[in-house]
Design a protein around this ligand. Structure first.
Ligand SMILES: Cc1cc2nc3c(=O)[nH]c(=O)nc-3n(C[C@H](O)[C@H](O)[C@H](O)COP(=O)(O)OP(=O)(O)OC[C@H]3O[C@@H](n4cnc5c(N)ncnc54)[C@H](O)[C@@H]3O)c2cc1C
Length: 434
């Protein structure tokens, strides 16, 4: 696996989705790239439901939608279903007219099997002669804001002209090192999930939630990552999980209990032997100023968006693509101009803020849900979120002015959601008035 260190053009820290995507883009542009990954075999693999902008980003890496489906690396996602119990379901489907001229929007997206996707990306990485190292970066040599070299646990020193931090949300190496500004969204959350074999599978993502639940909402996802294999996950707050654990219940018992309340999973659970669900905890957050003179932060190291938004993969692939383009463009110059750094940071930051604050205020918190019902709240979140993502993919703002206009639109929608939230919270509801 290891090769002669030599001097690289770009060092990428982390070989998750964002790190592999950045490495492939850079190597395709003819740069000499090394990707350092601490635990290649040991990542937390979820199995994701993708936003509608993700397939184009995967295609740019050499993985077309048709190929991903044919190789059973992905399944089609044509809609999102919100199941709020008692047989009440709402489908969110992009309108057919969007698929026609002049819009020509792709109306399908994907769910991915991350183990298989990772393998496919790794093959592309190796085919493009990216040097991969199994090691952990633990020290960064710098001269002011400029990075000079990285040191790894095994004692190696990597020097390079350019660096990309794709170390994920747990490490966030450069944001921590440079003490970058950070904003958190919502409480700490816990996700517990398992894979199940099923006889049927739906070409869509299903979210199960009790929309009338007072307070903060918990939910369950069902994602068909292969034609007959589903990922089923339960998300609640860290505090709720702590409370249930204090009643001496194991995580597996809590997970099974929650799933057994949903009729769809009765037979699935009864045929599952020896459940050992995976668990992870996370806190949604967004860093600012995520680019320096010769480095950029991509993926979840830059911003963690809530899983319910289905935007993590899009954000990881998009930031990897944009960061790589900037390095290719300014490679000879040896330095990122201030306007390029600022506009990159603003785009990543404002998109993540938009999705995180939208999902927190409109769906997770109760004031809007209680006022207009969870099904309408779903529309209030989904329509602008889907549209802004599609618009971003179409317009691809890169300059200062286009970035400024786009981020202004995002900030206006965020402000509108804040005002609506505030109104719903402060005005007495019909029930309480009577
Ligand atoms: C429960 C859950 C459900 C999700 N569901 C969805 C979904 O349905 N749809 C969606 O789009 N997104 C979803 N996401 C988000 C999506 O999984 C992430 O956005 C995406 O995986 C981020 O990729 P990344 O490469 O930025 O980070 P990671 O995949 O975390 O990769 C970071 C890599 O860096 C390595 N690393 C860390 N520190 C070092 C170091 N010091 N030196 C070297 N290597 C290091 C790590 O080992 C890791 O492999 C979900 C996330 C969670 C937690």
């Amino acid at each position: 696996m290891q090769t002669d260190l030599g001097r690289q053009d770009v060092i990428v820290i982390g070989g998750g989705l964002a790190g592999m995507a950045a490495s492939i883009h850079l190597a395709k542009a003819g740069l000499k790239v090394a990707c350092i990954e601490a635990t290649p075999e040991n990542n937390v693999i979820v199995g994701e439901s993708l936003d509608w902008s993700a397939p184009e980003l995967l295609k740019a890496l050499g993985l077309s939608m048709e190929h991903l489906i044919a190789e059973e690396i992905a399944t089609y996602k044509r809609h999102i279903i919100l199941d709020i119990g008692d047989g009440c379901r709402q489908e969110y489907v992009p309108s057919e007219w969007l698929g026609n001229s002049p819009w020509n929007v792709e109306l399908r997206t994907l769910h991915v099997d991350r183990v298989r996707l990772k393998k496919a990306l790794r093959e592309i990485l190796l085919a493009h002669d990216v040097d991969t190292f199994r090691d952990k970066v633990f020290e960064v040599e710098r001269d002011g804001k400029r990075i000079i070299a990285l040191k790894t646990e095994s004692g190696k020193r990597f020097d390079s002209r350019w660096f990309i931090d794709a170390s994920g949300c747990v490490t966030s190496l450069l944001p921590r090192l440079f003490n970058l500004p950070v904003r958190e969204y919502g409480p700490s959350k816990v996700a517990v999930w398992n894979y199940f074999h099923v006889a049927d599978s739906i070409e869509g993502t299903t979210l199960y939630a009790d929309g009338n639940q007072p307070g903060y909402m918990e939910w369950v996802w069902e994602i068909p990552i292969q034609p007959k294999l589903i990922s089923v996950g339960y998300i609640c707050t860290g505090a709720a999980m702590k409370g249930m654990r204090q009643q001496k219940r194991t995580v597996s018992e809590i997970y099974t209990q929650r799933l057994s309340e949903i009729p769809r999973f009765a037979s699935v659970l009864s045929s599952a032997i020896g459940l050992s669900p995976q668990v992870t905890s996370f806190r949604c957050r967004v860093h600012g100023k995520i680019a320096g003179p010769n480095w950029l932060v991509v993926g979840e190291a830059a911003a963690m968006v809530d899983p319910m938004t289905s935007n993590g993969v899009t954000a990881a692939l998009r930031s990897a693509s944009e960061a790589s383009s900037l390095i290719v463009k300014y490679f000879q110059h040896g330095r990122l101009p201030l306007f390029a750094r600022t506009s990159y940071s603003r785009r990543v930051q404002e998109l993540a803020k938009f999705f995180n604050s939208g999902i927190e205020r409109v769906i997770y918190d109760s004031p809007i849900r209680k006022r207009i019902g969870v099904v309408n709240a779903g529309d209030v979140y989904t329509v602008p979120a889907w549209s802004m993502n599609a618009l971003y993919a179409r317009l691809q703002p890169v300059g200062l002015i286009s970035t400024g206009l786009f981020t202004l639109a995002l900030a206006s929608l965020r402000a509108a959601a804040c005002i609506f939230y505030w109104l719903c919270r402060s005005m007495p509801s019909a029930e309480s008035a009577s």
